[in-house]
Structures are given as structure tokens and as C-alpha cells.
Design a protein. Structure first.
Length: 429
């Protein structure tokens, strides 16, 4: 029991005193952005779920050709992330830059109906990933800036859980459409375009335009835009100066090192289909298994990272991925193999996808938050781009076994190095 003095001093924040009931544990902007990501991921994952099979079996792409396109799919967004993060900080309007990114990706979905050559598909996928690169850092910056530092892992976990709900529904929708429509792939691409437009509409109507300040109770409150407007625009030199921060350099370097041996999802699912002998019609459902585990564990592992240390959970996630590689290499083709591999794949994402940006909250200044997130995200995505090209080439020349074994050895060495570099110092997590 306690009594509240109703005669608050001048200038005090009386809004929290008037609030009744339990305080919200997550800022409203996190939930709205999660809804946008959920809708957008339904659209994106409908395409991602069928694209490997469409390219390899329908258009006859080799593993090297598919690896090149998959590298473009992941690599272009990496380069654009730096631009998106800097622009968001420079114009001090994260919603605007994120909206441009979501809109560009939505415009690209119908173009998949017209593209059939490597060049045309590469161009469309590059434009789609340009949109993703533009929106990722501003969106994550809005989440980070609206959340107290000690709840970053939980906030990103909630967002990633909602995002993953879309990733779970997308492959399911693709599976149903492929089995119901005559021209299955065209129908998937068309429906995906319509869903993407809905995500842009929700962003425009419901995401607040002004920045949200984080309060200790976890609620985000719109702040007055005047102070930001009075500040000079952020320059490229200021963003690049972030690389002088030792902790940011360590995070970016470790993300890149581990990304070099992180085989893309599409290759994991292709390998799993071959090892388990799954029929082609079941292929679109493989991402669903990863998404279910990711959805269930994103919030618990994000909260765990806030308590025990984000670097610990981040490295544990990569060890789960290493175990999945080992199963794909040496486990017998039993009915349990797909479930085990997909479960470990989902644990990997739940322990890393939201935990990495959460680790930046105490490192990067607020006015450069999007730029800092972009630097780390770009280092990771560029490394995965290189991994896609290298893995596709190795598969073509030597087969998938030696290619995956090389990735597994590299991941083990990278995790050992990252464990030494990311040891918490000075109370950082």
C-alpha cells in the first residue's frame, strides 16, 4: 500500500499518475510495426516458399545459378541498409523511409509474373530487396527508440514473433494456392502482391509519424518534433564515426564472421528435401516448421537475453544451427529428420534475429540508432550474400555434402572466435 501525493510539482509528468491498471510492457508502436511486418511477411514468404522450387524445377536453374540469384536476394538489401539507415537519421523521419521501402517491395511483386530469365528475375529481386534494405533499419530504430534499454530483447522478440506469424502463414497460403489454382505459381505471385499493398496501407494509417520516446514503464509516447527539427541533419561522417565504437565494431565483425558460414534458408530447405526424400508438393511447408518454432521462442529467448546476456543467447542460437548442419550431413533419413532440423533452424532465428539489434541499444546514440543498426545488419547480410554464392558454387563443383561440411567447420570456428570477442565488459550485454 502507498499513497500518491496529488499535488505534483510544476513540470512533473502527471500522465503516469493518472494511468490506471497495469502498465503496458511493450510500446504500442512495437505492436503496430509487428502487424505491418506480419502482413508483409505473408506476402514475402509466399514467394520465398516457392521460389527455390520454381527456379530449379520449373525454369531449370542450376545450383550455381540459383545461388547467384539467392545471393542477389540477400546481398542487395545489405548494401541498401546503409542508405536507409542514414536517410532515416538524416531526415529524422523513420516512418517515411520505412514506408518507401515497404512500398517498393509491394510494387515488385506483380513483376514476378512477367520475369522468366535470369536477368529479369535478378532485376525484380534486386528491387524487392532494395525495398527491404530501405525499411529494415528505420523500422528497427523505431522499435529500439520506443523501448527502455532493459527491455530491448523482449520488444524485438515480440516484433519478431509477429513477423514470424506472417512467415508461418505465407508458406501455408502458398501451399493452398499451389494445390487449388491451375497456374499455381502465377496465382501465388498475384495474391502476394495484393497482401503487400495491405501492409503498406496499415503502415501509413496506424504507425505514428513522430518519434516515440521510451519511458521506464515501457510505454512509448510521441515526443515534440520541434527539438529534432532544430538540430542539424546527420552527416555521413557522423554515421561512419560509429565504427570507432569498440562494441559496435565487435558486433558487426562477429555478425559478418558468422554470416559467412550461415547457409541461406532456401539451401537448407532444398537439402532437407533431398535428404528426407520429400515430395515436391510438401516443399512450401518446410519454412512453416521453422516459423512455428521461431514464433514460440522469439519472446522467451528475447526476455532471456535481457537477463543472462544477449551475446550468450546469440551464440547459443548459432550452436543450434551447427547441430542442424550435423543432422543434415550424418543423420539417417528417418521421418523425424525434417522435424529436428526445422526445430533447430527455428531456435537459431529465435535466438539471433531480434537479439542482435537489441544488443545495440546501449551502444549507439539515439540520433544515430538507425545508422548503427544498418552497419551491423549490412555486415551480416553481405556475409550471407557471399555465403550463398560460395555455397552454390561448392555444391555445383563438389556436391552438397562437402559444401555443407565446409560451412559447418567454418561456423564452429566462427562461434569460438565470437565467444571470445563478445565477452561482456563493463556491464554491457
Amino acid at each position: 500500500m502507498y499513497l500518491t501525493d496529488r499535488s505534483a510539482p510544476a513540470g512533473a509528468d502527471t500522465e503516469r499518475g493518472r494511468r490506471r491498471g497495469p502498465r503496458p510492457k511493450v510500446a504500442p508502436v512495437v505492436l503496430v510495426l509487428g502487424t505491418v511486418s506480419l502482413i508483409t511477411d505473408i506476402s514475402s514468404e509466399m514467394v520465398t516458399a516457392v521460389l527455390p522450387l520454381y527456379l530449379v524445377t520449373t525454369l531449370g536453374f542450376s545450383p550455381l545459378g540459383f545461388g547467384a540469384l539467392d545471393g542477389v536476394y540477400n546481398g542487395v538489401s545489405a548494401l541498401v541498409q546503409l542508405t536507409g539507415g542514414h536517410l532515416a537519421d538524416r531526415v529524422r523521419n523513420h516512418k517515411l523511409i520505412a514506408g518507401l521501402g515497404y512500398g517498393l517491395s509491394a510494387l515488385c511483386k506483380p513483376l514476378l509474373l512477367l520475369a522468366s530469365s535470369v536477368g529479369a528475375l535478378g532485376t525484380v529481386l534486386a528491387l524487392d530487396r532494395t525495398g527491404k534494405g530501405l525499411r529494415t533499419a528505420p523500422r528497427d530504430a523505431m522499435i529500439s527508440l520506443s523501448t527502455p534499454p532493459d527491455r530491448q530483447g523482449r520488444a524485438f522478440g515480440i516484433h519478431r514473433a509477429m513477423d514470424t506469424t506472417g512467415a508461418m502463414l505465407g508458406p501455408l497460403a502458398a501451399f493452398l494456392i499451389l494445390n487449388a489454382a491451375t497456374d499455381g505459381y502465377d496465382a501465388v505471385f498475384g495474391v502476394s502482391a495484393c497482401v503487400a499493398v495491405l501492409g503498406v496501407v496499415v503502415l501509413v494509417l496506424f504507425v505514428p509519424g513522430r518519434r516515440q520516446d521510451a519511458r521506464p514503464d515501457g510505454a512509448g509516447v510521441p515526443r515534440d518534433a520541434a527539438p529534432d527539427a532544430a538540430k542539424p541533419p546527420v552527416r555521413v561522417r557522423e554515421a561512419l564515426a560509429l565504427l570507432r565504437l569498440p562494441r559496435l565494431r565487435a558486433l558487426a565483425g562477429c555478425a559478418a564472421l558468422l554470416g559467412l558460414t550461415t547457409v541461406s534458408d532456401a539451401f537448407v530447405y532444398l537439402l532437407l528435401q533431398r535428404r528426407a526424400g520429400l515430395a515436391e508438393e510438401w516443399f512450401p511447408l518446410l519454412p512453416l516448421g521453422t516459423a512455428v518454432v521461431f514464433l514460440l521462442l522469439a519472446v522467451p529467448l528475447g526476455a532471456l537475453a535481457d537477463r543472462v546476456g544477449r551475446h550468450t543467447v546469440f551464440l547459443a542460437g548459432h550452436l543450434a544451427l551447427l547441430t542442424a548442419y550435423a543432422l543434415l550431413l550424418w543423420a539417417p533419413a528417418t521421418p523425424a529428420l525434417p522435424f529436428l532440423v526445422l526445430a533447430l533452424h527455428g531456435v537459431f532465428y529465435a535466438a539471433t534475429d531480434g537479439v542482435l539489434p537489441a544488443a545495440l541499444a546501449a551502444t549507439v546514440p539515439e540520433h544515430l540508432r538507425a545508422s548503427g543498426l544498418a552497419i551491423v545488419g549490412t555486415s551480416q547480410a553481405l556475409a550471407r550474400f557471399c555465403c550463398s554464392l560460395g555455397f552454390g558454387a561448392a555444391w555445383t563443383m563438389w556436391g552438397y555434402g562437402p559444401a555443407l561440411a565446409g560451412s559447418a567447420v567454418g561456423l564452429l570456428c566462427g562461434a569460438a572466435v565470437a565467444g571470445l570477442v563478445l565477452r561482456p565488459t563493463g556491464g554491457t550485454r
